[in-house]
Design a binder for this molecule. Structure first.
Ligand code: BG6
Length: 492
């Protein structure tokens, strides 16, 4: 998260023709170049199975830019030409060492630090590392970036981590969780640790509960068979939601260094109370969408999507009441909720503060007199604090009104665009800063907690609860929070 002098690097993109590279990584690198954040000598080398030459790879990339980069951002012909000139391509079977020899030669000759970004299925991470080593393409300065999914449980994640650890030290490994690159997520750190107003209140004496909602409008369409093997728990909770929870719940790190932050996040993961089969009905709801309407458009159910197995019991929605067993958070539930095919794409963290110990206003307005800090991740990144004030007007007496003190990032800072998470993360890798990347022990503790829930589901063997596409999930997810006398934010 620091700005250091730009360093010239070789960035080798494995899986350069894959979905992630086309949609996110190459557009993000282009944006960094436009913003003057790539060193003049930095080179990008795409690697994938198809045999293309540099020119035709650039052509494919530019065609994708038409879809994934805005027209305005593509208007700068000079920037496009400069970017294209940095981009090269090597077509080879990524699991055969012979194909790596031209890469090794190129990297050795340049003498620059190399960054190898594995945007491939994790099944070949081990083989890629072995080929990199066998061809002499890497050295002790090489950085390696790993995309999720890092396994489907603790055991498989250990296998992947072990394979990579044969060739790279932990200090060389950058595990991506793209939520950590989102502007508002990083702002959480600034908000919590640069403002005594919040720092002093951030504990069970002042906070009643926390809600984290990551709602998606999209379904599993287009990648049904991939998604069906993971489901929302593995795809979203194990990584993104638990990382958000850690950033909210962690103790202040002693400094902004990668390991200070990651040590504190790890303590939170270790303090999460396991949710075993006997607690599932009270603390976890698992759902699957059926056909419905989103923004006036009819959409099919999960089991009716193209390529679907009509008997699948994979969940597309999860709601969890998580508890953290430590002094700061004892008795403060963290309600997590994430699902596909919800009414809209909408992600928010809401910190509900406790009410004042003594209340003096009209009894029916009591619920207006509690503060909520709303941290909006997407869309319209921003932060707002709900405060109670007096309603204006001679006829209003001392009636309360709840309103926001709010900060919309793009309006407040006159930014036309908020950088995509991958821009931030790529920049951090190029600068060699691991703070926004997930350490091996974090991944493994997150799996340990998630595995207990999944094991409980397997034991109970109950199908997921149905919810209509375009709604906020199964009715039982409302019961999960209303049992405690609380409500999800949009119901409040
Ligand atoms: C990915 C998941 O990690 O995050 C997808 O695999 C999900 O299933 C995506 O749609 C959501 O990311 P964002 O940034 O659009 O909220």
């Amino acid at each position: 998260m620091t700005m250091t002098t730009l360093q010239a690097c070789n960035l080798v993109l494995f899986g350069a023709l894959g979905d992630l590279s086309r949609r996110k990584l190459l557009p993000a690198l282009y944006q960094l170049d436009r913003a003057g954040l790539l060193h003049a000598d930095t080179e990008i080398i795409g690697m994938a199975r198809d045999s293309l030459d540099d020119q035709s790879f650039r052509q494919v990339m530019l065609e994708n830019f038409q879809r994934f980069v805005s027209k305005d951002d593509l208007a700068d012909q000079q920037a496009l030409e400069r970017f294209c000139a940095r981009v090269h391509y090597i077509g080879t079977d990524l699991t055969k060492v012979e194909g790596y020899l031209p890469l090794a030669e190129r990297l050795q000759q340049s003498g620059r630090t190399s960054v190898c970004y594995l945007a491939t299925p994790p099944g070949i991470f081990g083989a890629i590392c072995e080929c990199l080593q066998g061809s002499g393409a890497i050295n002790s300065d090489t950085r390696i970036v790993l995309e999720k999914p890092l396994g489907k449980d603790l055991a498989s994640s250990k296998v992947i981590n072990d394979q990579v650890a044969r060739f790279f030290q932990e200090s060389q490994i950058y595990r991506i969780d793209h939520y950590l690159g989102k502007e508002t997520v990083q702002n959480l750190i600034a908000l919590r640790f640069a403002n005594n107003l919040f720092g002093s209140q951030w504990n069970q004496n002042h906070i009643d509960h926390v809600q984290i909602t990551v709602a998606e409008e999209v379904g599993a369409e287009g990648r049904w068979s991939y998604y069906d093997k993971s489901g929302q728990m593995r795809d979203m909770v194990q990584n993104h939601l638990l990382q958000l929870l850690c950033l909210i719940a962690m103790d202040p790190p002693s400094e902004l260094s990668a390991d200070s932050i990651r040590d504190e996040k790890l303590k939170v993961l270790r303090a999460l109370k396991p949710i075993t089969a006997d607690r599932l009905s009270q603390q976890v709801v698992r759902g699957q969408y059926v056909a419905g309407n989103i923004q006036g458009k009819a959409v099919p159910g999960y089991l009716e999507e193209d390529g679907a197995n009509p008997h699948s019991t994979t969940e597309t929605f999860v709601a969890i009441k998580a508890e953290i067993a430590n002094w700061r958070w004892a008795g403060v539930p963290f309600y997590l909720r994430t699902g596909k095919r919800m009414p809209t794409k909408w992600s928010e963290i809401i910190i509900h503060f406790k009410q004042q110990p003594h209340y003096i206003f009209a009894p029916e307005q009591r619920n207006l007199a509690s503060n909520k800090l709303i941290i909006r991740l997407q869309p319209d990144e921003g932060i707002s604090l709900q405060v109670a004030t007096k309603d204006q007007g001679l006829d209003k007496g001392m009636r309360l009104r709840s309103g926001p003190l709010s900060l919309n990032f793009s309006e407040a800072f006159h930014q036309d665009r908020i950088p995509d998470a991958y821009e931030r993360l790529l920049l951090e890798v190029l600068q060699g800063n691991q703070a926004l990347f997930v350490r091996r022990d974090e991944v493994e503790y997150a799996w340990k907690w998630v595995d207990t829930i999944i094991k409980g589901w397997d034991e109970l063997n109950e199908p997921p609860k149905k919810y209509q596409a375009g709604t906020w999930g199964p009715v039982s997810s409302i019961a999960l929070i209303s049992r405690d006398g609380r409500a999800w934010h949009e119901d409040a």
